[in-house]
Write a protein that binds this ligand. Structure first.
Ligand SMILES: O=C(O)CCC(=O)C(=O)O
Length: 247
């Protein structure tokens, strides 16, 4: 699945692009089955302290995980998804040939739950040697809508600098663009239907809201990097042994 010239231009100018129907809905259903089993196993093994950070049941009161890290390393299903030839061809269209998954995440937003994710830039988290060498592929496992917490992007913020981030004292991992800078950047919503992929440049400001609907919003983000890029200044301790080369 190759990018056309217009898609490349949109990505270069806006810093993000949505491609519909990259994956069949049945494959997304299989992905949901896999993360449901994985989150059940994970919930059973969590300590009380971990529970406070990872669990978010929304108004249902049910125990639901906020996120799970590194599905490409933990689950064969997601390793295969990251290697999907159509996905890899799209990724190479943004950052060039020869790419790896640096980090990956499953995001769960249960009905009427899944708190907001504040404005941030992935390149602040990862600290790459080449800011143009990182693209996130955010795969919609469910339809992501304005009501259930789709992503919002700051158009053109990919062309600006990476700002120093701050974090609330009790959530040191929740790094975010300082309020005074974030408010100056208009953010536009990017709804994605199930099986579509929203790609964003590592500098692009993005955020999501809480889920105000009766429907789930689950997504898998693969943070891809070109193979020559080094991670010189990561803000969090990423495990470089988990980097998975896919082309
Ligand atoms: O899915 C979300 O709410 C946040 C996603 C995100 O920050 C990312 O994929 O980089």
């Amino acid at each position: 699945m190759a990018l056309d010239d217009i898609q490349r231009m949109i990505y270069r100018h806006a810093g993000h692009l949505t491609v519909r129907d990259v994956f069949a809905p049945e494959r997304m259903d299989a992905a949901i089955d896999d993360i449901t089993a994985w989150s059940q196993e994970t919930l059973e093994a969590l300590s009380e302290e971990e529970r406070a950070w990872y669990v978010d049941g929304g108004v249902t009161g049910a125990e639901v995980l906020r996120k799970l890290d590194n599905p490409h390393n933990e689950r064969p299903f997601f390793a295969e998804l990251a290697r999907d030839p159509a996905l890899v061809e799209l990724v190479e269209g943004f950052i060039g040939p020869g790419v790896s998954v640096y980090f990956s995440q499953i995001f769960f937003k249960p009905p009427h739950g899944g708190g907001p994710k504040p404005v941030h830039q992935d390149n602040y988290y990862f600290g790459p040697s080449d800011l143009e060498g990182v693209v996130t592929a955010w795969i919609a496992l469910d339809d992501a809508t304005l009501e259930n917490g789709c992503l919002y992007f700051g158009d053109g913020s990919n062309q600006g600098p990476v700002y120093g981030h701050v974090a609330p004292e009790d959530e040191p991992y929740n790094l975010q663009v300082p309020e005074g800078i974030a408010v100056l950047q208009p953010m536009s919503p990017a709804p994605v239907s199930k099986g579509g992929v929203s790609f964003h440049h590592g500098n692009t400001f993005h955020r999501s809201s809480d889920n105000q609907s009766d429907r789930w919003r689950r997504a898998c983000a693969f943070h891809f990097v070109r193979n020559d890029v080094r991670f010189v200044e990561p803000a969090l301790p990423y495990d470089h042994d988990l980097v998975m080369q896919v082309s």
